[in-house]
Design a protein around this ligand. Structure first.
Ligand code: AMP
Length: 273
């Protein structure tokens, strides 16, 4: 595995390689969720590129950029085990220029749910991914369904900018108790984790209700909120695949999305129904 810090050197390494390139962008503090993306990308491409870049542009002023978990040494080991060919670890100075055109995520998708609570977040996500896609020129790029709204916004950018990249959605990896894996889980104490579990439990309950034939989103939401009660809930949303609220569940066309805080840790999770 080669490690690159400068875009120029990574571009040089990738130049004229007449092969398929799989790309997994991350912010580091790698866990089994990231590893599942790396494994899938490894199996589907000749060259595997991963990036570790804690992207300041996607954090709000009062968010957790400063305390976000970092563990470069461990991440490098994991990338090696996952047979990454090129690991890209740039600094913000190497990625951003004060004088650059700024990309704006489409309002309809980016100012609801996560975008409503985190204004400008998706602009920051697209700002870096646009650059990373230009540097890596991946054949396929892998994104977790854990961040379903991000996945949709990235798919939208790739499609509307006519980018030569296929966006591959990957299933959510969970702890054995159901908690969706997240770098932010590192903030949780054992007690916090018991509370955090209520998020995946509320989604599992929603899934079970739907299996039994319940289709009213109001009934399902009420039940979910009662499970989530001890947490500070940001949203419970039941939408179609365009993130428009639904009165009735539409099978194979529904997202159920939750954002809630345990103490100061904000967590998200969702299921596709
Ligand atoms: P992050 O490092 O949080 O930016 O995540 C990098 C990629 O890993 C994103 O595409 C995430 O959606 C994905 N990811 C994070 N957690 C999980 C998970 N538990 N299961 C699957 N993918 C995940």
């Amino acid at each position: 595995m080669e490690i690159f810090h400068s875009p120029k050197e990574l571009k040089e390494y990738l130049k004229d390689k007449n092969t398929t390139i799989g790309f997994v962008p991350t912010m580091g503090a790698l866990h089994d969720g990231h590893i599942s993306l790396l494994k899938k990308a490894r199996s589907e491409n000749d060259i595997l590129v991963a990036s570790i870049f804690l992207n300041p542009a996607q954090f709000g002023k009062n968010e957790d950029l400063e305390k976000y978990p970092r563990n470069d040494e461990r991440d490098i080991k994991i990338a090696r085990i996952c047979k990454v060919d090129a690991l890209f670890m740039p600094t913000a100075d190497e990625i951003y220029d004060k004088n650059e055109p700024l990309i704006k995520a489409p309002e309809k998708l980016a100012t609801i749910l996560e975008g409503k609570s985190r204004p400008g977040h998706f602009d920051g996500v697209l700002r870096v991914l646009n650059k990373l896609f230009n540097i890596v020129k991946p054949t396929k790029a892998y994104f977790g369904k854990k961040d379903t709204q991000q996945l949709a916004i990235v798919e939208n950018m790739a499609r509307t900018f006519f980018m030569d990249v296929e966006i591959i959605p990957c299933d959510i990896i969970r702890e054995s108790d159901g908690l969706a894996m997240s770098s932010r889980n590192a903030y949780l104490s054992e007690e916090d984790k018991l509370y955090a579990l209520k998020i995946s439990q509320s989604l599992a309950k929603a899934g079970a209700m739907i299996k039994k034939g319940e289709l009213s989103t109001n009934v399902i939401k009420t039940e979910m909120l009662s499970i989530l009660e001890p947490l500070v809930v940001d949203y419970v949303a039941i939408t179609n695949r365009r993130f428009e609220p639904l009165d009735k569940i539409e099978l194979n066309n529904t997202f159920i999305l939750v954002a809630a805080s345990v103490g100061t840790t904000r967590l998200i999770d969702n299921i596709w129904v």
